[in-house]
Design a protein around this ligand. Structure first.
Ligand code: ADP
Ligand code: MG
Ligand code: ZN
Length: 209
């Protein structure tokens, strides 16, 4: 029996099925007789204050916590430490989330994390880059682009909309919302007014170095 656990990270834009997959994995672990504990950041109260929910109606009871370290304090209150720890919306947690996940893996736990790998600007989101780098297993999901509806399911980015129009680059990184504020889009259809041209920035970096 291996002594260490492992870290699986599920990422992708909104509506790509991350929460649904997280709930499915918890369900399967429970069928296999494993104890599970599920967490989400308190900021995300779109469908429920205490459940992890998918956009298509799947639910799993969860602890809504303020900080990453609160996950450890709550786990310590379990009479028997759960073998599987699931965390949704990991991008909203403080930077302690990576240490918490790796600490649990060190103690033999299976940790399954879901979160947005990129924000509405297309940039890496919160601790997701570290979590993805440390993961033993990565599942990068895609959604249907709501603009071109390409049947190859090409959307990798969250498009933020304000009154139906693309939100500008300088609007705040965090704005919790559902279908009224976000849709999934592919790179061709993703719009961020005022976004710097990364190809130019990259070229300047090459000239400087
Ligand atoms: P996430 O956690 O990644 O936001 P969910 O697991 O909550 O995703 O929801 C996935 C479900 O969302 C799909 O099974 C589907 O029913 C629905 N859905 C809504 N819009 C889309 C879309 N553009 N592409 C794919 N699925 C979508
Ligand atoms: Mg979700
Ligand atoms: Zn598209």
């Amino acid at each position: 029996m291996p002594k260490k656990g492992n870290l699986s990270v599920i990422c992708g834009p909104m509506f790509s099925g991350k929460s649904r997959e997280l709930i499915r994995l918890i369900h399967i672990a429970e069928i296999a007789g494993q104890r599970t504990a599920t967490f989400k950041p308190r900021i995300d109260t779109r469908y429920s204050h205490s459940d992890v929910s998918s956009h298509d109606g799947f639910h799993k009871g969860a602890h809504a916590v303020e900080t990453a370290s609160e996950i450890l304090s709550i786990l310590a209150t379990y009479p028997e430490f759960p073998e599987v720890v699931a965390i949704d919306e990991a991008q909203f947690f403080d930077r302690g989330i990576t240490a918490v996940c790796l600490g649990l893996v060190d103690r033999g736990r299976r940790v399954v994390v879901a979160g947005l790998d990129r924000n509405f600007r297309g940039e890496p989101f919160g601790s997701m880059p570290e979590l993805l780098a440390c993961a033993d297993e990565v599942l990068k999901l895609r959604a249907v682009c709501m603009r071109c509806k390409d049947p190859r399911v090409t959307a990798t980015l969250p498009q933020r909309l304000v009154d139906g129009l693309p939100a500008p680059f300088d609007s705040p990184e965090v704005m919790v919302g559902g279908a009224e504020a976000y849709e999934a889009r592919c790179l061709d259809c993703h719009e961020v007014p005022g976004k710097p041209d990364y190809s130019v920035i990259f070229q300047e970096m090459l000239i400087d170095s």
